[in-house]
Design a protein around this ligand. Sequence first.
Ligand code: ZN
Length: 281
Amino acid sequence: MVRKEHHLIKHLIQLQDLIAARAQQQAAHPKQKLVDLDKNIKIMSNELSPELKSHFTRLIQKSVEALAPITGDNCSGCGFALTKTMVNNINGGAIEMSRCPNCTRILYAPDVPLTRNTPRRRWGDPIKRGIERFTAPELMLHKLKGSTDEEVLMELCENMRNEGYVKDCADLHEAAMRREAIISTAVGGAMAFPHIRGVEGGGLTLSVGISKKGIDFGGPTKTKIFFYMVIPTAASAFYLKLLADLTQSFATAASREPLLKAKSQADLWEALIKGTRKMVK
Ligand SMILES: [Zn+2]
């Protein structure tokens, strides 16, 4: 079934991306002025009807994501099971907009669902704490090979795929690059926080990559430490908090040193756990 062009949904997704990029910059960089982003957000918000604008603003303030792609017959924001009629309407583009009856997010059919695997937790597995809730030793890349932004982001994605955390990299990689094009996620301290939002399934997944020589990533200096995140809609509230906690955990050169000096995956894992112990609860 070919979906009709949905200009309003596209407009809202773009606006939501700008607002999320702004929130992300603020979490990592509280003093930065964001004149261009603010201007674009204002222009795009003012193109909405007053009623939609206020609904959209309320949703964004509550949870970062005002829109939720449908996944199967469910709202990906809250998991609510939608009626067949609603799903058909959304897929067919028959009506301008649908709201989730439960969380009131604006629902849409994604062009290509960005999927990740749902990790299997076995009965008796130890309960994870702190940063371990979001990542694992096999997601530590202490020696990134790539020498460009594209190569490094692909390397991080492919490792997640090879380890069974995401299903496919083509679309995820494109989404990560699209996000960087809005405004670079690089911050001071040679760190960057590339990410993909609106992913279907599972929880927030973090991968850490270190580039010894550094990459031009649009930051004030070359970027050496990459915190790469794949974020499902339902987990969107976690990511700004995690981002702010990571930024604070590694705010000083001394705190970043163990990450940069890691000689193995195990070293990097240990540096991450120790470095985030106080901040990431
Ligand atoms: Zn919902």
